[in-house]
Design a binder for this molecule. Structure first.
Ligand code: FES
Length: 114
């Protein structure tokens, strides 16, 4: 059964702001993050495609200095915000793992598949 994660305050995110959430993956506790871009919310697992580790050394800091890309803090890989495609860095050409985002009234819900 898919998990439905209601992310508090996500509807109030400003452009290029992020907020983290957590979910379970089998026995493991995992993280994801939402990012707002041009009026749309995107959600990804907080897991780099180079090495499966979280991407924010500083809590909830996911963006490159110019705030144009999602950036992994470990080796600096940059990913497009809207598609999750890596355009620079070791996992070049791979995508962050997206999660479905639903807006239900005032709630933002992230759906994590089985
Ligand atoms: S772990 Fe993310 S670029 Fe290496």
């Amino acid at each position: 059964m898919p998990q439905r994660i209601v992310v508090p305050n996500a509807a109030d995110l400003r452009d290029r702001e992020t907020v983290k959430f957590s979910f379970t993956d089998g026995e493991d506790r995992k993280e994801g993050f939402l990012i707002s871009r041009a009026g749309t919310l995107y959600a990804y697992r907080n897991e780099c495609r180079h090495i499966p580790m979280t991407m924010d050394w500083v809590e909830n800091r996911f963006l490159s200095r110019d705030r144009c890309y999602i950036q992994c803090a470990t080796h600096g890989a940059r990913f497009e915000i809207e598609s999750g495609l890596c355009v620079d860095g070791p996992p070049l050409g791979q995508h962050l793992r997206p999660l479905e985002v639903l807006v239900e009234g005032n709630d933002v819900v992230v759906v994590v598949p089985d």
